[in-house]
Design a protein around this ligand. Structure first.
Ligand code: ADP
Ligand code: MG
Length: 330
């Protein structure tokens, strides 16, 4: 089946070649880090490979419905195990959608072009892709699922405060890396709890780069149409003028923090947005009212004040008044 256009394919494989070219002995992936940025965490070099359709078909037991672990706007995600190594993987199958195919292909390439070239403990690692019989991305499997599934599934024990705090800090580090630590500026554009996955020991990893954008360093921002992303997370300058820069992600990160604190969804059943509900409470100085009733009194008040304060700055309507991620990650 000819699904992906040849130009796109050429680009895809030139991306991959460049990734290995830059893998020479003397170059580090962070050689081009912005001046003044000091990252102390250890990174691995990005490496991904092309899988055959047979490999991923076998790994997921023929994409069996028991292995389906997630479904987003344009994709289905299956759990699998690689026969050769026994490694647990997640295979993201891009669904076909008639006239939407071109857009899906663009998002597929964008996801490879961004997530395939980054490497940070708080960003999901791409293992590879497959372009036979459709479009597939292969990732390391995140055994705890997404932050959204843990926060909003009432059948599971509520996430402990300490874990929520760890998730807030780790996600801030991952986002800071995307904005300032990797070779080119990456604006994620869809930061939200279903796009932050958790490892076995609850380390958060930012995923789903389908809407991500590279920004050249000389551009202060980028104008985008149509507006994409998730209602309840969209910064005002983005949904009114289509303007995208790091502060778009900072706004969404603020909403994510509020979701972690309160356990509430970004937009509730009566269409009230979480950030406007929280703004009123923060203004009244009653921060403890923000806390998820499911964790009762079991939280650290200092940590609560810290992340509620960070959230209140991130959700400011005026984008220049929001902090950058360097100020948020501690
Ligand atoms: N690596 C993974 N490990 C475990 N679950 C995953 C993984 N990647 C995605 N998922 C699950 O699949 C869902 C949809 O994946 P996502 O990449 O966000 O797709 P979409 O672009 O369609 O939103 C996620 O919210 C998560 O529950
Ligand atoms: Mg998603």
């Amino acid at each position: 089946m000819k699904y992906i256009r040849s130009n796109s394919l050429k680009r895809l494989f030139s991306f991959k070649r460049r990734s290995f070219d830059s893998d020479s002995e003397n170059s580090t992936p962070h050689a081009k880090c912005v001046e003044g940025f000091q990252e102390t965490e250890k990174f691995q070099r990005p490496k991904w490979k092309c899988f055959s359709f047979e490999e991923i078909y076998e790994a997921t037991n023929g994409f069996s419905s028991e292995n389906l672990v997630g479904r987003g706007g344009f994709a289905e995600v299956y759990k699998g195990v690689l026969g050769k190594t026994g490694q647990k993987i997640a295979v993201k199958r891009i669904t076909r959608g008639g006239r939407e195919d071109e857009r899906r292909e663009k998002e597929f390439l964008m996801e490879i072009g961004t997530i395939g070239h980054v490497s940070h403990p708080n960003v999901l690692s791409l293992l590879g892709c497959c372009i036979d019989n459709g479009l597939y991305l292969v990732f390391i499997f995140s055994s705890r699922g997404s932050v959204a599934s843990l926060l909003h599934d009432l059948n599971q024990a509520p996430l402990e405060w300490e874990t929520r705090y760890q998730i807030a800090i780790g996600t801030a580090k991952g986002l800071h890396y995307l904005h300032k630590g990797c070779q080119r500026r990456i604006i994620h554009r869809d930061i939200k709890s279903s796009n932050v996955l958790l490892t076995q020991d609850f380390q958060p990893q930012i995923s789903d780069f389908g809407l991500a954008k590279w920004l050249p360093s000389q551009w202060s921002h980028h104008s985008i149409a149509p507006i994409e992303g998730t209602f309840g997370h969209l910064a005002p300058e983005y949904y009114t003028h289509g303007i995208v820069d790091e502060k778009t992600d900072v706004f969404a990160f603020g909403v994510f923090l509020l979701e972690l604190i309160s356990g509430k969804k970004p937009v509730d059943a009566s269409h009230q947005s979480l950030h406007s509900w929280a703004k009123t409470i923060i203004k009244e100085g009653e921060i403890e009212r923000l806390v998820d009733p499911r964790i009762e009194e079991d939280f650290d008040i200092k940590q609560l004040h810290r992340i509620a304060f960070a959230a209140s700055l991130c959700i400011r309507s005026s984008s220049p008044c929001r902090p950058s991620m360097i100020e948020n990650r501690y």
